[in-house]
Design a protein around this ligand. Structure first.
Ligand code: MN
Length: 215
């Protein structure tokens, strides 16, 4: 049986101005919507200076100030992650950066089978028992209204960082940092959980702390 290949035609604007890249690379990028030489160069040369301002997230300042307070008071910070690749990398980014800043930090990753996705009440109780004072969720928490309320009841503050859809009321967390949060002006709604977590932690260099990029 013979196959008939139909190659998608592409309109690449001024491809001759990009001789430094193989035509195949240019073609693959064009298939993903990068047709302008400037956009192609930008994509292939990532730079911290090209990132969006993390303060486009409405609650970012609140979150940063609360973390600074926890650092100063040596409060126990618990990172509440999830079990998938996005959440575990997010937890690692936040954990390593906070460690570098001298924080007292621990983490909680629920069991995929016995606990399932997201923030659960038993885990919140366990974190409180273990002395947690500030909970930072990564890749979860946007819709954890009851669990965040429980954390507050147990005397803990919660900072939510997430990228999941908002399905109803937002939890009454100290901050809900999510590019899908309608209150936010962050111009890229497709950030991963680890991307959101990085936005949170990237502020500590701006706040004059030791560079957290390098770890
Ligand atoms: Mn995710």
């Amino acid at each position: 049986m013979s196959k008939q290949w139909r190659v998608k035609t592409l309109e690449i604007k001024n491809p001759e101005v990009l001789p430094e890249y193989p035509p195949l690379v240019i073609r693959l990028l064009a298939l993903r919507g990068f047709t302008e030489p400037e956009a192609i160069r930008d994509f292939l040369n990532p730079d911290f200076g090209k990132l969006h301002d993390p303060f486009l997230f409405a609650d970012m300042l609140m979150a940063v100030e609360r973390i600074l307070q926890a650092l100063e008071r040596k409060e126990k910070i618990f990172i509440y992650a999830d079990y998938d690749a996005d959440a575990i990398t997010a937890a690692a980014v936040v954990y390593l950066a906070l460690k570098k800043l001298g924080a007292v930090v621990d983490y909680y990753i629920p069991d995929r089978f016995s606990e399932g996705y997201g923030v659960n009440a038993d885990a919140i109780k366990l974190i409180a028992e273990r002395g947690g004072q500030l909970v930072i969720t990564v890749d979860c928490g946007t819709n954890a209204v009851e669990e965040v309320a429980l954390a507050k009841e147990l005397g803990m503050d919660v900072i939510v960082t997430d990228h999941h859809e908002v399905t109803g009321e937002l939890p009454e967390a100290l901050a809900v940092i999510n590019p899908k949060n309608p209150h936010d002006n962050y111009s890229f709604p497709f950030l991963t959980g680890v991307g959101v977590a990085f936005n949170l932690i990237s502020n500590f260099q701006m706040a004059g702390r030791n560079g957290v990029w390098i770890y």
